[in-house]
Design a protein around this ligand. Structure first.
Ligand code: BMP
Length: 250
């Protein structure tokens, strides 16, 4: 990612998300995704897929084709599947996504290590792919889960859930963490724990109210932007503006 961002002179990741389309409009949806990827490609370093496209287009059909296109453009491809199940299920999910060509996937540390995310990290590192852990999400209710104060049952020591997840990211050798751009103070705190060892991927710019400058100044390495670009009248111009503002903040 670091090299790609340097080569492309951009730390913007396009979230290729669209609003619901009737299943009979799947071809139209594929064409729209392809058109936006082509237009925005000069201004981004990676493309992030979510179930917005995997569900209607299929992992090994439309999404694999878009994935191939992204790679041919020199972009990285991330599957935002937020793996969140028992280990054997997680492993199979990861194997499918990596087989479809994804360079990295997202996973939820709430499920823990043994028979949780360990099998995902094992597969990822065997295939030399990445795992990006959710540490603090971007939405309003995030405090209910990621923001809880947790108590170690043995020592009685209290800590914040997301601080514990940031420490787990280090322990598990994660390739990145997600912290919402809507909470720059959390980005700063997580960045203090991770230092330069693990980059912070920050979604929530624009549509969710997060700001480019505050996220980057707090320590985010990559900005994930979806609807502000994909629903824009002129996606290329919007992506270019975001890229330029981000580059000025460096
Ligand atoms: P948008 O810029 O349209 O808000 O899209 C953000 C993207 O990042 C969406 O795909 C969303 O599911 C994802 N995301 C997020 O917004 N916040 C998080 O904490 C984690 C995410 O993966």
């Amino acid at each position: 990612m670091e090299q790609t961002a340097k080569d492309k002179k951009s730390n913007i990741i396009l979230a290729l998300d669209f609003l619901f389309e009737k299943p009979e409009n799947r071809e139209k949806l594929f064409s729209k995704a392809e058109r936006i990827l082509n237009a925005v490609e000069p201004y981004i370093c990676a493309v992030k897929f979510n179930r917005h496209l995997v569900l209607p287009l299929g992992t090994f059909n439309g999404v694999a084709k878009l994935n191939e296109k992204a790679h041919a453009m020199g972009l990285m491809a991330i599957m935002d599947c937020k793996v969140n199940d028992i280990g054997s299920t997680n492993q199979t999910i990861a194997e499918y996504y990596y087989s479809a060509g994804f360079d990295a996937l997202t996973a939820n540390p709430f499920v823990g290590w043994e028979e949780g995310l360990k099998p995902v990290f094992d597969v990822a590192h065997k295939l030399q792919r990445g795992v990006i852990l959710l540490v603090y999400m971007s939405h309003k209710a995030v405090w209910e889960g990621y923001g809880q104060t947790i108590c170690n049952a043995e020592t009685g020591e209290k800590t914040l859930q997301y601080v514990s997840f940031a420490k787990k990211a280090l322990k598990w050798n994660a390739d990145g963490v997600v912290v919402g751009a809507t909470y720059p103070e959390k980005i700063r705190e997580v960045h203090e724990t991770l230092g330069k060892k693990i980059p912070i991927y920050s979604p929530g710019i624009g549509a969710q109210g997060g700001k480019i400058e505050s996220a980057l100044k707090a320590g985010a390495s990559y900005l994930i932007v979806g609807r502000t670009i994909t629903l824009s009248e002129n996606p290329a111009e919007t992506a270019k503006n975001i890229r330029d503002v981000a580059n000025e903040c460096k």
